[in-house]
Ligand binder design. Structure first.
Ligand code: SF4
Ligand code: SF4
Length: 636
């Protein structure tokens, strides 16, 4: 079997496995659903997810060992992950092949020539590592020392740049200023927060998010295999468009994302430069047919001086060289190798921008005074600062949520929270199910820590701390039917899953028809005059005729007569005496001490646009600072 055939089989296998893991991450009764499948395996294999969560979160992420194994194999074999395993890479490879295979070899070789823009991915890697490390010193309690060190470096860089007085030293100044900014920030706000931004472009979270939130819902809409109801995700169009754009760019340059953007590829590239086994030429000279250049996926110039850091081990050159001049062996290429042309200044600038990004993002105040009560996180979520340091934006939790209540946060929540999970109680088939902890067990980075059902419900050993609250429901009296429109409704109270219920009602009688006079009575009916009634409109059981201080329930009505069910103390009003129709309302109130913020009331509210009862993040268990209740206050 040709080595390229083996590579294609491997790519197809891992792509199919990746898609399969997306499909099986479904909570349900069917045999194939979520039963021991390692659905996070690809995320764990990706070393950048492990590395950035380690740096930003300061804790060992469970999949890190897989990532370490991938890195170790890269040191041995080169970028095998990119060419043989990465499902996103396989998609790019295939689309690139579609766009390229019909072109003449010269044009293909031109498209596959190395380009300076391939350095961009290294700067992106530096940026993401910088963003993850921004808060590291503070968390290691080295805040002051690290800040002073950074400040000293910053001053030295600026001084060096000004002493030379050259425009080309702009980078020194930029890096110096950024380091100074970071130093000031570290001293002033040593726990100001960081955001794991790498998930925005890290290929495995990007592919997971796109498949989970855009592709799968689209594919499943006519089939209904993954979900019984169509699945909707807010902002899925943007997620899908970015994914599609990256795929389509392969038609212009094969493996566009891998060559120019992929920060994980950059990480692999830095190691692959020193890998034991490498592709290379046996002899410095060959026939010069350039077939290998026309087929090279990594744009690493196999016919000339090789760029091993760019080689994705597609092995097309090895397989197709008519003179068998290409080898894969523990020796550098006989034609020589070229190291990545990484300008240290630019890498430093990337790192510096990354270091400064979290403090700049933090200026929005999301973690402080401007905290967003719409950011209702799933049960078990860490406090917001910790959450943002860990969430990979992979979409696994949103994919697994059986109700679809978990949604990717849009840009209105701030860049630091973009595409992290947030509850939107109007979009799914229900709010957060009280007897479900699926998202907490699938989250690969423990941004949502694993919780048991007993902990979520506040039972057994967790009885003293009570159930996990996601937020609190608030009644909007301007939209609530009994409060604003004199219409009876107790849907929210009936659907509240908490026992005893967190929504209680208070009865109020409201006059809805006045100016009536009593007429003749007989046979359980009373004639009324003064205003024509709509026949049957008062027969719901919620309407009462009131005479003086006493009421009788209205069973039925015509336009001029009422059938009554007398209550205690009722006496038939004398003809001509004034009577009125009242509606009995049960107006809802929320007991914040009992409300868990599951959002089921919000989901069920019949005011189906902007709901009349809405949950916001106040009083969520994960953020004691946002507590609504003073300890011991309140009668309940
Ligand atoms: S615990 Fe709630 S938010 Fe999480 S998956 Fe279950 S229903 Fe969805
Ligand atoms: S919270 Fe959701 S999106 Fe974030 S890492 Fe966990 S599973 Fe992925």
């Amino acid at each position: 079997m040709k080595i390229t055939t083996a590579r294609r089989i491997s790519q197809a296998f891992f792509l199919a496995l990746f898609l399969w893991f997306c499909v099986v991450a479904t909570v349900g009764e069917r045999l194939w659903q979520l039963r021991g499948w390692p659905v996070n395996w690809f995320l764990e294999l990706d070393p950048l997810t492990g590395l950035t969560t380690l740096i930003a979160g300061g804790s060992l992420y469970s999949g890190l060992l897989w990532g370490a194994a991938t890195l170790a194999l890269t040191l041995l074999l080169g970028r095998f992950f990119c060419g043989w395993v990465c499902p996103f890479g396989a998609m790019h490879h295939f689309i690139g092949w579609l766009g390229n295979h019909s072109k003449d070899p010269k044009e293909r070789a031109r498209r596959n020539a190395p380009h300076p823009a391939q350095q961009i991915k290294y700067f992106l890697l530096a940026f993401f590592l910088g963003a993850a490390a921004s808060d590291l010193a503070a968390r290691l309690l080295l805040g002051q020392g690290a800040a002073f060190a950074a400040g000293a470096i910053a001053i030295a860089l600026v001084l060096a740049a000004t002493r030379k007085g050259q425009g080309r030293d702009f980078y020194f100044i930029a890096v110096g200023v950024l380091l100074a900014l970071w130093a000031v920030w570290s001293m002033a706000a040593p726990r100001g927060g960081a955001s794991l931004l790498a998930g925005l472009l890290d290929p495995i979270p990007l592919a997971s998010r796109s498949v989970n939130l855009a592709l799968l819902p689209l594919a499943d809409m006519p089939l209904r295999i993954a979900w019984p109801e169509p699945r909707f995700y807010q902002g899925a169009a943007m997620i899908g468009a970015i994914f599609l754009a990256f795929l389509l760019l392969n038609l212009w340059r094969p493996r566009f994302f891998c060559r120019y953007v992929c920060p994980t590829g950059a990480l692999f590239g830095l190691l692959a430069r020193f890998s034991l086994y490498k592709v290379g030429k046996r002899e410095a000279r060959c026939g010069g047919c350039m077939d290998c250049e026309a087929l090279c996926e990594g744009a690493c110039r196999p016919a000339g001086r090789l760029r091993p850091q760019e080689c994705v081990l597609c092995l097309n050159c090895l397989s197709e060289c008519p003179e068998s001049a290409i080898t894969y062996r523990p020796k550098p290429s006989a034609a020589g190798e070229v190291a990545p042309d990484l300008s240290r200044r630019r890498v430093l600038a990337g790192l510096g921008v990354g270091l400064a990004a979290p403090p700049l993002l933090g200026l929005g105040g999301l973690l402080g005074p401007n905290w967003d009560p719409r950011l209702i996180r799933p049960p078990g979520s860490l406090p917001e600062g910790e959450f943002l340091r860990r969430c990979l934006r992979c979409g696994q939790c949103m994919r697994v949520c059986p109700t679809g209540v978990l949604q990717p946060a849009g840009p209105s929540f701030g860049l630091e929270a973009l595409w992290t999970p947030v509850l939107n109680n109007t979009i799914g088939t229900s709010g957060c199910q009280p007897r479900c902890v699926a998202c907490s067990h699938i989250c690969p980075s423990a941004a949502i820590r694993p919780i048991s059902l007993a902990e979520k419900l506040g039972q057994g050993e967790y009885a003293a701390q009570g159930p996990i609250r996601l937020g609190t429901a608030f009644v909007d009296r301007g939209r609530c039917l009994p409060w604003a429109m004199d219409r009876p409704c107790i849907v929210c109270q009936e659907n509240c899953p908490v026992s005893p219920k967190a929504i209680f009602t208070r009865v109020a009688y409201q006059t809805v028809i006045s100016g009536l006079s009593a007429g003749e009575a007989g046979g359980g009916e009373l004639a009324v005059s003064g205003r024509a009634l709509r026949p049957g409109a008062l027969a719901t059981g919620d309407y009462y005729l009131v005479a003086g201080e006493v009421r009788a329930r209205i069973r039925a009505n015509t336009n001029a007569a009422l059938s009554l069910e007398p209550g205690p103390g009722w006496h038939t009003p004398t003809p001509g005496s004034p009577v009125a129709v009242q509606v009995r309302l049960q107006r809802p109130y929320v007991d914040p001490a009992r409300c868990i913020g599951c959002g089921i009331c919000q989901h069920e509210c019949p005011v189906s646009g902007k709901r009349a009862i809405r949950v916001s993040a106040e009083n969520a268990t994960r953020e004691p600072r946002h507590s609504l209740l003073l300890k011991g206050a309140g009668p309940h």
